[in-house]
Design a protein around this ligand. Structure first.
Ligand code: 26V
Length: 820
């Protein structure tokens, strides 16, 4: 039928090529004689896009007809990475496309390389959102993502003279074939202005918001194809534009320049992603972004609901909204405002709808990451919302007062408004009060939020409101796409690729952990993946590394709590140890390549210092003839999703060494193990559940437990606890100028010495070095090592994001998959 209307779908190689050429000649207005890799990538992606759009339309029509309950996942970040390989895989046209472009003289790998990453996120939280939309589609749930269409994603990182240098990521430069602009879906969003009280027809005094500044939200739809299903869901990203009437006055009177300035201001709202990870800074533009995106999304959701002509009481039977951290919390207030101010519902009826609609996911316990908005700033930008927050708070505190009469402290502690100067709006508290479920992202983390930052709320609401959903990752991207050879080897034993849909089927490879032939094939694949990474290192860093060495990887955002400083200190310790060895002793050393990667927030001085130290150590160690291949140190610049796809399959050991209790979950830990690497890690986040699943003999754990952290900090703060002697030797080396000007590292050394060491680097150092030693020893027995990797992979089924999504669907969203 579609063909009849000229909609093109290719079923075989020839049909693909026809479409490819048509796009080269018409969409791109080029000729096949003048078609470089970029043009070929664009043409191929246009052909795949056409297919996605057909599937997208069918899915959306079906979902509209079935009219089941849907979920909307609100996230300020979607760290999608590249789309093309995933689209080919999920649409089932990978082979057709590959042979199709091959025949025309292109290499599919080269075309894939042309695509810029869609890097609309900082780290774990954004990548989780990307895995979740993939899984929602793959498990056939009706669900959309809502986010912002930033013109600039996370900055690009270069290393100049050992330091991080940022440059803008203008990812849309060559157009984006994976989005569908919907200029007709334009929603007005208001800021500033004032509220006015008046008496309505029923004689009720009501408050309305008027007189503000307006901008428009334009929808851009990104199809999200599920794997091995026709379901293609939607990720709707909003871009800000000036309203059509913008400053008509000024323009008319000839004041073009200031009129254009106004219009540019509107576009600024969605221009750039804030590059902080786990750190909050109260910038007005950030709050503007949040409200802009939330207002547009809720307007869209409510408009769709109203088309069904259902009563408002059906709202939460039809719609679930998940808040990815507190960033979209203003949605709670906005929905209450829509229901009460615009639709005329009674407060209590509206509030019942609101609280049964929202769920809130917390992703961090770090106090510096918790959002709090100064009341004056908030009230100026969103005056009506502040009034509503005061009301929500009033009713809430009345309830608490009844439960805990005369407990003044309790009231002050749980109030949405913090009585500081200026007063602050505590967004996490608002999110808890306005949601029916609150979840953490790994067991330990979910326990910690109940006993620490949200303790009082457990006393108020009971434990049922608080739950855990352990994070997961999509096996499509993080196993099959990133590691096609391992996926194929696993498929040869499972009997099919069914494990990509039901990851627990990995269990079927467990018996082969003792099969010498299988072990050898597995080891060969690891070697191949290490060679692929070695080539990237050679190209980017000019460093030669041996694939026979142990590849030790720590890639993640640079943060003191993640303790890259402890890692580089231990590398220095290793360097000093090897340097002091005789030729005979050196024969026993397990050669290692220590690989680092990750971005620092541009304003995070300590993180930037850590990057500089890593690069300085790299400079010294790599050219030291005494060391040779026994130790190499590499910092891979501009770590991102597509680099992670190369790096994860190539590790022997990856490090997840946060101070216990600080890393909510971690998700790269799952990626590394799923790709046949072992973990060196602390008893933190999802490491704990990974250990439970794969067995403690297959992971290298070290360090103090979360329950001891407060005590240890207290000890250091108030007593003279000596520094670990091995750490002292490392510090002496740095202060002796071994890695260049010692003054550069003054603050870094200061942070781990004296009465400080907030992240317990010194306390954990000895047990860290011991664990490292064990790694060195165990790596020498190749067969046992690989056997452990196989056993680990076989037991990773739990960490699929499909499992996580099913848990959300059943216990928070109450939604069902759409039947065929
Ligand atoms: C993000 C941002 C973004 C820029 C502006 C300021 C700001 C402030 C706070 C945050 C919260 C980031 C929280 C976060 O990324 N948590 C990570 O979430 C992952 C997915 O659940 C989890 O695996 C990581 O352990 C956790 O650190």
């Amino acid at each position: 039928l579609w063909q009849q209307f000229g909609v093109t779908e290719f079923q075989d190689k020839e049909a693909f090529q026809k479409e490819f050429i048509r796009h080269v000649e018409t969409t791109l207005a080029r000729s096949m004689y003048n078609c470089d890799d970029l043009a070929a990538y664009l043409a191929a992606s246009q052909a795949i896009r056409d297919r996605l759009i057909v599937a997208w339309n069918k899915t959306q029509q079906k979902h509209t007809t079935k009219d089941q309950k849907r979920v909307y996942y609100l996230s300020l970040e979607f760290l999608m990475g590249r789309a093309m390989d995933n689209a080919m895989l999920n649409a089932g046209v990978k082979d057709i496309t590959k042979t199709g472009v091959d025949d025309l003289g292109f290499k599919i790998e080269d075309l894939l390389e042309q695509e810029p990453d869609a890097a609309l996120g900082n780290g774990g939280l954004g990548r989780l959102a990307a895995c979740f939309v993939d899984s929602i589609a793959s498990t056939n749930y009706p669900g959309w993502g809502y986010g912002l269409r930033y013109q600039y994603g996370i900055f690009k990182q270069r290393i100049v003279d050992g330091y991080q240098v940022e440059s803008p990521d203008y990812w849309l430069a060559f157009s984006n074939p994976w989005e569908i602009p919907r200029y007709e879906i334009a929603i007005d969003v208001m800021f500033y202005g004032y509220t006015r009280k008046y008496t309505n027809d029923q004689g009720k005094t009501v408050s309305i918001w008027e007189g503000g500044e307006q901008v428009q939200a334009i929808a851009y739809d990104v199809p999200v194809p599920g794997y091995d299903t026709e379901t293609t869901n939607n990720l709707r990203l909003w871009a800000s534009k000036p309203t059509r009437e913008f400053d008509f006055e000024k323009f008319n009177s000839g004041d073009y320049e200031s009129s254009v300035r106004e219009s540019q201001k509107a576009e600024t709202i969605s221009a750039v992603l804030y590059p902080n990870d786990n750190f909050y800074s109260g910038k007005e533009l950030r709050l503007k972004q949040q409200y802009f995106w939330v207002a547009a999304s809720l307007n869209d959701i409510v408009r769709r609901f109203k088309k069904t002509h259902r009563p408002w009481s059906d709202f939460s039977d039809q719609i679930a909204i998940q808040l990815n951290d507190t960033h979209p919390t203003i949605a709670i207030v906005e929905l209450q405002r829509i229901l009460v101010d615009m639709e005329g519902l009674e407060w209590d009826a509206a509030w019942e709808i609101v609280t049964s609609t929202f769920g809130y996911t917390n992703h961090t316990v770090l106090p510096e990451a918790l959002e709090k908005w100064p009341v004056p700033l908030f009230g100026n930008l969103l005056p009506r919302h502040l009034e509503i927050i005061y009301n929500i708070n009033l009713f809430f505190l009345q309830k608490v007062e009844k439960m805990f009469p005369k407990d003044r402290d309790m009231l002050a502690r749980v109030s949405i408004i913090e009585e500081s100067s200026p007063q602050q709006v505590r967004m996490a508290y608002l999110a808890i009060i306005g949601s029916h479920k609150v979840n953490g992202v790994a067991e330990l983390h979910s326990d910690l939020i109940k006993t620490t930052i949200f303790k009082d709320f457990v006393a108020i609401y009971g434990t049922d409101k608080f739950m855990n959903v352990t994070n997961g990752i999509t096996p499509r991207r993080w196993l099959h796409q990133a590691n096609p050879k391992l996926s194929e080897l696993i498929a040869s034993k499972v009997g099919s690729y069914s494990f990509l849909k039901d990851l627990t089927l990995l269990k079927k490879v467990e018996p082969f952990a003792k099969d010498p032939e299988f072990i050898e094939k597995w080891a060969d694949i690891k070697k191949f993946n290490k060679a692929r990474l070695a080539a990237l290192i050679k190209k980017n860093n000019g460093i030669d590394v041996s694939v026979d060495a142990l590849f030790d990887v720590q890639v993640k955002r640079i943060h003191e709590y993640k303790r890259q400083q402890m890692n580089i200190f231990s590398v220095i310790h290793r360097y000093l140890t090897i340097k002091a060895m005789s030729a005979e002793e050196k024969k026993d050393v397990t050669p290692r390549v220590c690989i680092f990667g990750g971005k620092s927030a541009p304003g995070y001085y300590m993180a930037k210092t850590i990057i500089k130290l890593i690069n300085s150590v790299s400079e010294v160690v790599n050219k030291d003839a005494d060391i040779g291949d026994l130790l190499k140190v590499v910092f891979i610049a501009d770590y991102n999703v597509s680099k992670a796809e190369i790096i994860c399959p190539a590790s022997d050991i990856s490090q997840h060494i946060s101070t216990a209790g600080t890393e909510a979950s971690g998700t790269s830990n799952m990626k590394f193990v799923l790709n046949g690497g072992l973990i060196l890690g602390t008893v933190d986040g999802a490491n704990i559940e990974i250990t439970r699943e794969i067995g403690e003999e297959n992971i290298f754990l070290f360090g103090h437990l979360a329950e001891s952290v407060d005590d240890l900090r207290h000890q250091r703060r108030f007593n003279d606890v000596p520094i670990n002697p091995d750490l002292q030797k490392v510090i002496d080396a740095i202060e002796g100028g071994m890695f260049g000007d010692k003054d550069i590292y003054g603050s870094l050394i200061y942070s781990v010495t004296g009465n400080r060491d907030y992240y317990l680097v010194s306390d954990d150092f000895q047990s860290y070095l011991d664990a490292q030693k064990l790694v060195d020893k165990d790596f020498k027995d190749k067969t046992t090592w690989v056997s452990r990797c196989i056993t680990a992979v076989a037991n990773m089924g739990f960490f699929s994001s499909d499992r996580a999504i099913n848990e959300y669907a059943e216990s928070i969203w109450n939604i069902e998959p759409v039947a065929k």
